[in-house]
Design a protein around this ligand. Structure first.
Ligand code: ADP
Ligand code: MG
Length: 345
């Protein structure tokens, strides 16, 4: 994952994003590395508040001006950190398509689906006639598997189901033939069947257009079978990164293990689903040492003191002091560590 890939479309190195809060800078993203190659789907997974959206928004220059962004984000041959806004605006929506988590940026209820796609096309390709853009909109709806696209194109968002609206959003995001698509929780509000259909659409776009895709989700269950590689994020850091198969077979971070145990299984009837105890720390109240230690059943003394570096363990990169011996550590060995010292970072 840390290796620079020849075909790399997006190459994020040591990305750090800090927000000014009450006179101090609090880091929401702390030195993230991420690579996305052409034709590859990379899942970015972590509980709500872990920094997934902030990291991707920072890549696209969409964090507030007062935010401190450091590190490097290379897209093709361009450095995006520090790129002038005017140049960045040209990239967004053309070379890089986005589906935002923020519902405010979703479809406009008073315009037809078609006219919104036409607008997205003409914004970046002013030379295209309205008729050409309209025909393209029909093609795009077909591309994202919307039935009867020539009829659907002139309908309003309320005439679409939730899953079709999400597919229309995807159509709009790829309207200008981007190389990279960033999809932030694109399936979160959808039921499982519709979720699967939307994920199929994303994969078919990857296959047909050779897109690189970043799929952001809080649900590790969503990435199984739908991504090539995964970066698991906790408290602003990548804590585990691996090929998806390896991650599911042999997870090397206790947080990943916890997320895996919380995925519902079809063949199991449980009263309550397992969930990792506790919640991620808010910014500014990050514990000392490993940020996950207060919730970790394996935490030992060293975990309270030293933040583990991301290093190779098995087929993963893992930021756990015990990445090499996790499977040999039974649950009852877990040390109930002393009270966490809460510090401002
Ligand atoms: N503009 C902002 N100012 C201060 N804190 C922010 C801002 N935007 C996000 N945060 C904080 O950054 C952390 C990461 O948020 P986010 O990236 O949205 O998480 P998620 O992983 O759920 O997408 C959260 O603690 C959030 O409250
Ligand atoms: Mg988010």
């Amino acid at each position: 994952m840390l290796k620079h890939q020849d075909k790399s479309l997006l190459s994020v190195r040591n990305l750090t994003v800090g927000f000014q809060v009450g006179g101090v800078t609090l880091d929401a993203v702390r030195g993230i590395d991420l690579d996305v190659a052409r034709g590859e789907v990379v899942g970015v997974v972590g509980e709500s508040g872990s920094g997934k959206s902030v990291a991707m928004l920072a890549c696209l220059g969409l964090v507030p001006r007062t935010a401190r962004v450091a590190g490097s984000v290379r897209f093709q041959d361009k450095e995006l950190v520090g790129m002038p806004q005017s140049e960045m605006r040209k990239l967004r929506g053309s070379r890089i398509g986005m589906i935002f988590q923020d519902p405010l940026s979703s479809l406009n209820p008073v315009l037809t689906i078609g006219s919104q796609i036409v607008e997205a096309i003409r914004l970046h390709q002013p030379g295209i006639s309205r008729k050409q853009a309209y025909d393209r909109a029909v093609e795009l709806l077909d591309l994202v598997s919307i039935p009867q696209p020539d009829r659907r194109v002139s309908q309003y968002p309320h005439e679409f189901s939730g899953g079709m609206r999400q597919r229309a959003m995807i159509a709009m995001a790829v309207a200008n033939g981007p190389d990279l698509l960033i999809a932030d929780e694109p399936t979160t509000a959808l039921d499982v069947t519709v979720q699967a259909q939307v994920l199929e659409v994303l994969k078919s776009l990857r296959d047909r257009l050779g897109l690189g895709i970043v799929l952001i989700t809080h649900d590790l269950g969503v990435v199984a079978g739908n991504v090539d590689r995964v970066a698991v994020i906790y408290s602003g850091r990548v804590v585990e990164a691996a090929e998806v198969g390896a991650l599911f077979r042999d997870p090397r971070h206790p947080y990943t293990r916890g997320l895996l145990s919380s995925i519902p299984k079809l063949d199991e009837k449980r009263e309550r689903l397992f969930s990792i105890e506790g919640t991620p720390p808010p910014l500014g109240r990050r514990p000392t040492g490993c940020a996950f230690h207060p919730r970790c059943i394996y935490a030992r003394e060293v975990c309270l003191k030293e933040e583990p570096a991301l290093r190779l363990a098995g087929a993963s990169l893992s930021a756990c002091h015990f990445a090499d011996s996790l499977e040999q550590m039974p649950v009852h060995q877990a040390a109930a560590g002393p009270e966490t010292t809460e510090v401002h970072q």
